[in-house]
Ligand binder design. Structure first.
Ligand code: SAM
Length: 279
């Protein structure tokens, strides 16, 4: 009889699954919002799941966190005020704080327990949480954006869970309109938009909703992400008052310690596959 322990996330509607061999279950709790579990895997380091879905592994989170952050901040001429919605593992926050121009980051995560558990099990992702520019808030990001004064931010990063439960509203046109209002005359919105292979209609919906919310140009970024469904992921980026080719290559070259993003990726990541070419 096998005594091996495997974590498996099933993608029932696609008849597929991801499995990681696990050494040990390190933590399990039910927060007010979701079940938070931490595993020590054999080859992917520490793994965090929420309600049984992979959020972060030590080994591949750099792909997602770098791509959620750097293309957006480097497309903005002067990203000083940044809002991160969700992002409780703090990996995106760490990437944002690599940018010397950023003077303040509000991170608005619904579930404080995700951040507290990440502080314990993913200390490297949380290493910049005490940076004086970072402010952690624990509440619903939709309400935050609706209530904030107009033109409060230069960039908004939506690092959310899948579009179900409390995250569903983070994919709505009303939410993107509220983000447009919360951005200054020059602003960038970037939102995780799921798998190109499995969720192409959702990506098109994000693009259309951002455009109708007022963003003049919208592009999707494509990048690999082993531990998310299909191993291929996306983020959709809307620009307000910023030209499509706006990019600060010198600032990109000055970023240190990155493992996926570099200046050459800025345009390359925005080239869609043929089945997502539109217009
Ligand atoms: N990148 C990951 C993925 O795609 O699987 C998501 C990582 S991050 C841990 C997602 C976070 O979004 C979760 O911690 C969740 O609590 C938070 N979240 C979901 N809905 C939210 C909302 N309405 N406002 C703020 N945070 C929210």
């Amino acid at each position: 009889m096998s005594t091996e322990l495997w974590y498996t996330e099933r993608y029932e509607e696609h008849g597929a699954a991801l499995s990681l061999r696990v050494r040990e279950v390190l933590h399990r709790e039910q927060s007010a919002y979701q079940t938070i579990e931490i595993f020590e895997t054999e080859h992917f380091g520490t793994l965090m799941t929420l309600d049984g879905l992979v959020m972060v592994t030590d080994r591949d989170n750099f792909l997602y966190h770098e791509m959620m952050t750097h293309p957006a901040l480097l497309a903005h001429p002067a990203p000083v005020r940044v809002l991160v919605i969700g992002g409780g593992d703090c990996g995106t926050l760490r990437e944002v704080l690599r940018h010397p121009q950023v003077a303040r980051v509000d991170q608005v995560e619904l579930d404080e327990r995700v951040t507290r558990v990440a502080e314990r099990f993913f200390p490297e992702l949380c290493e910049r949480n005490s940076d004086p520019r970072a402010r952690l808030h624990f509440q619903d990001g939709i309400a935050w954006v609706q209530e904030i004064s107009p033109e409060s931010y230069d960039a908004i990063i939506v690092d959310s869970t899948d579009p179900v439960g409390p995250a569903a509203g983070l994919f709505s046109r009303e939410f993107y309109s509220a983000c447009w209002r919360a951005l200054g005359p020059q602003g960038i919105l970037v939102a995780q938009s799921e798998s190109p292979l499995l969720h192409a209609p959702l990506i098109c919906q994000c693009q259309d909703r951002m455009a109708t919310a007022g963003f003049e140009t919208v592009d999707t970024l494509y990048f690999p992400q082993f531990s998310y469904p299909s191993g291929w992921w996306s983020a959709t980026l809307g620009r307000k008052g910023i030209s499509r080719d706006s990019f600060r290559p010198a600032a990109a070259h000055a970023l240190e310690g990155l493992r996926y993003y570099h200046a050459g990726i800025q345009q390359a990541a925005m080239v869609p596959p043929a089945f997502l070419l539109r217009g």
